[in-house]
Design a binder for this molecule. Structure first.
Ligand SMILES: *Cc1c(COP(=O)(O)O)cnc(C)c1O
Length: 422
């Protein structure tokens, strides 16, 4: 193989990496022999920031020491605890602080926001999703359609890729919206497609949808902490994301939602209410009439699980310190390096499904291989954590916060050797 992109290059890129030191701030899972795993599934569950423990212990400590006083006292009282995440989350996704709230889980937030932004009428009752949408999103959307008395058979539009292709063509999508838009109440679209890793130009989808009078919401499960997002400028109506993937906030951690500023005071919109969405100044007077907070906070339901919010604060510190622009710059290099190595060393045995344009992908490359299952098992056995999506796809996600160019090199070298012997 050419030495120009070999091990020496990986070592140089790691030495020159301005973000290299962030790896030290994470727990890297270990193999049986005690060596670090190569962890390429941060798109599934991000690694634990070492500082997460301190944040969680602080909550346990405050609870032990103060009981209910912890709601109001201490360095980070629980009453406004979610607010400690707000500004950093807003920076991370390119929104105003009033447009974001850390709350609930992704699918719960999706339902809550569809209650407000999916308002079907007999003329306009359809929801547009992608044909290969994540199952939870599909279940949520279909159940909302039924909840309103419609039938997914007539009210769900699924955008397909072209025959034999795995990537949605933006022009096809925009034409579909143009053609069918008048019957579409809501477009629900991913920021990054979970299977192929395709990233979408959000503002173009919003523009096309709004031109036809559709509401447009995004599922950013695979985009938050992966892409540089400008949600406010995209003019999206709403967005939701989880925080255990690229956001490294731990299994089942508290999710996020975005509601565009122009809807901040749309108190006329139907919403499912709970006391945490109620005006903070009178929340504890507990008046009988619900008076929603302006902005995304007005969609909260309950007092949040503080122990699950604590690791999110730890993780957001790291994103804030690194900066999403810098992370993305490294990410493009890291993924570009993975792509070059795969093409150079495994080209005849591996097809990359993910778009080749950096603007059309995040950090994940999805590769298709024949008889891939034993290859995946072999990679896992060699201490390379990556994920298998049947029937024939391995997803590799080099994450700029904690993965190295050397990791990328080692993965491709191992893969090449296994393919030779397959
Ligand atoms: C990970 C993921 C989810 C998970 O939903 P939860 O409510 O967090 O369990 C939903 N949608 C997409 C697109 C995902 O990638």
């Amino acid at each position: 193989m050419s030495s120009s992109i070999g091990k020496a290059l990986a070592e140089r890129l790691d030495r020159e990496d301005p973000l290299g030191a962030f790896r030290e701030r994470f727990h890297i899972p270990k193999r049986e022999n005690g060596e670090d795993e190569i962890y390429f599934c941060g798109n599934s569950l991000g690694l634990q920031p070492k500082s997460a423990r301190r944040y969680v212990e602080e909550v346990l400590e405050a609870w032990a020491r103060m009981g209910a006083r912890g709601h109001f006292e201490g360095d980070r009282p629980w009453l406004p605890y979610h607010e400690f995440a707000t500004e950093k989350l807003a920076r991370l996704i390119g929104a105003l602080p009033s447009e974001v709230a850390a709350m609930n889980s992704l699918t719960a937030n999706l339902h809550l926001l569809m209650v407000s932004f999916y308002r079907p009428t007999p003329e306009r009752h359809k929801i547009l999703i992608e044909a290969h949408a994540f199952p939870s999103d599909r279940y949520a959307v279909e159940s909302q359609i039924r909840f309103h008395g419609f039938d997914p058979d007539g009210s769900l539009i699924q955008a397909e890729t072209r025959q034999g292709e795995s990537i949605i063509r933006m022009d096809d999508l925009l034409q579909l919206v143009d053609r069918e838009g008048e019957s579409i109440a809501l477009i629900l679209w991913p920021g990054v497609q979970f299977y192929t890793g395709q990233a979408f130009a959000l503002e173009k989808i919003v523009e096309a949808g709004h031109r036809k009078g559709c509401a447009v919401g995004f599922d950013l499960a695979h985009a938050a902490g992966n892409l540089v997002l400008n949600l406010h400028d995209s003019k999206a109506d709403f967005a939701v994301w989880c925080s255990y993937k690229y956001l490294n906030a731990g299994p089942g951690s508290v999710a996020g939602c975005f509601v565009h500023e122009r809807h901040a005071r749309r108190f006329d919109l139907p919403r499912f209410a709970g006391w945490w969405g109620h005006d903070k100044s009178t929340r504890f007077a507990m008046p009988p009439r619900f008076n929603p907070l302006p902005g995304a906070e007005g969609w909260q339901l309950s007092n949040p699980p503080i122990l699950s919010l604590a690791p999110l604060l730890a993780s957001l510190d790291l994103f804030d310190a690194a900066g999403m622009e810098a992370l993305r710059a490294k990410s493009e290099k890291l993924t570009g390096y993975l792509e070059r190595l795969l093409i150079e060393r495994c080209d005849d045995k591996v097809a990359i499904l993910t778009p080749a344009q950096p603007a059309e992908r995040g950090c994940q490359l999805s590769i298709r291989l024949q008889d891939g299952k034993p290859i995946h098992e072999g990679l896992m056995a060699a201490g390379i954590a990556c994920d298998w999506r049947g029937p024939d796809v391995i997803r590799l996600a080099p994450v700029p916060l904690y993965n190295r160019f050397g990791d990328v090199f080692d993965v491709v070298e191992r893969l090449e050797r296994m393919l030779e012997h397959a």
